[in-house]
Write a protein that binds this ligand. Structure first.
Ligand code: GLN
Length: 250
C-alpha cells in the first residue's frame, strides 16, 4: 500500500533529527512492501483532511516556532478533521507544544496553538535536559517502554482527563512534576522525546505505521512482519540505561 505522509514545516521544525523519524518509517514500511510518500507542507501550503495517512510535526526552538505558529494554528480545523477521520499524527517537542492551545515563550510572547491536544505550555527558567524512560500503554494491558532524549524549557500542563503518552520512569516529562509525558488523542501522539525517537523505539514506529495503514484503507491490516531489530534493540538499551543512570522519578 501507499502511505501518504504530510510533513509540516520541515524547513523550520527539524532540529532533532526529525528527518530520521521519517526515514525509519519509510524503511520499515518498505521492508513490508509498502511505500511511504512524503509531502512537505510549508507556510501557506494547502492541507486537506483525508489527504494524508500520517501527519508529522518536528521540533524547533522558540524562534522557529514563532515563524510558523500562526500558520499552523490556522490549520486547527483541518488537523482536527484529519485526526477525527483516523489519520495518525506524531508531533515532537516544539511541534508537540504548538498542537496544544499555545505556548508562552521565554520572552513572554504567546504563540497560539492548534488546540488539538488539551494542554498549554509555558516556558520556565531552566531547561529540562536528559535521557528519558517512559512506560506507555497504547493498548490496554500492553505496557511498553519508550526511550528518548528531552531538551525543553516549556512546561506542558495537560487538562484534567487528557491522556498522556506515557508515565515517566526516569526524566522530567511534560513539566517535571506531574509524572506524565506527552499526550495522546486517538491515533495522534505528541511527545518531548527526540534524538530521534523512532530508530530506538521500533515498536512505536510500527504502531504508527499500523495506524497509518488502517487509515489508508487496510482496516484489518495483517500484522506487520517482525523485523530483526538487533541494532534498534541495542540502541534502545543504551538510551534506557542512560536514563536509568540519570535516576529521577522512581
Ligand atoms: N522551544 C521549546 C522549548 O524550549 C521547544 C524546544 C524544542 O523543540 N526542543 O520548550
Amino acid at each position: 500500500m501507499t502511505i501518504r505522509v504530510g510533513h509540516l514545516y520541515p524547513d523550520y521544525l527539524n532540529i532533532y533529527a526529525d528527518r530520521g523519524n521519517i526515514a525509519v518509517l519509510a524503511r520499515r514500511a518498505a521492508l513490508r512492501g509498502h511505500e511511504l510518500v512524503v509531502q512537505a507542507i510549508g507556510l501557506g501550503d494547502p492541507l486537506s483532511p483525508g489527504a494524508h495517512d500520517l501527519l508529522y510535526v518536528g521540533g524547533g526552538q522558540d524562534r522557529e516556532q514563532a515563524a510558523i505558529a500562526s500558520d499552523l494554528a490556522a490549520r486547527g480545523d483541518e488537523i482536527a478533521a484529519a485526526v477525527d477521520g483516523g489519520a495518525a499524527l506524531l508531533a515532537v517537542c516544539g511541534g508537540y507544544q504548538l498542537l496544544g492551545r499555545g505556548y508562552r515563550g521565554r520572552d513572554g510572547s504567546f504563540m497560539p496553538g492548534v488546540g488539538l491536544f488539551a494542554h498549554e505550555t509555558v516556558a520556565g527558567e531552566t531547561r529540562m535536559i536528559g535521557d528519558v524512560l517512559l512506560e506507555c500503554e497504547l493498548e490496554p494491558g500492553n505496557v511498553r517502554l519508550l526511550a528518548g532524549f528531552e531538551n525543553h524549557a516549556g512546561r506542558t500542563l495537560l487538562d484534567p482527563g487528557a491522556e498522556a503518552l506515557g508515565r515517566v520512569v526516569h526524566g522530567f516529562g511534560n513539566d517535571g512534576e506531574s509524572g506524565f509525558e506527552g499526550c495522546r488523542l486517538g491515533r495522534a501522539l505528541g511527545t518531548y522525546l527526540h534524538g530521534p525517537l523512532l530508530p530506538r523505539n521500533p515498536w512505536l514506529a510500527d504502531w504508527l505505521l499500523a495506524q497509518a495503514l488502517a487509515h489508508a484503507g487496510d482496516e484489518a491490516p495483517a500484522a506487520l512482519t517482525p523485523l530483526p531489530d538487533d541494532l534498534e534493540t541495542e540502541a534502545f538499551r543504551v538510551a534506557a540505561d542512560r536514563a536509568r543512570a540519570r535516576g529521577g522519578r522512581r
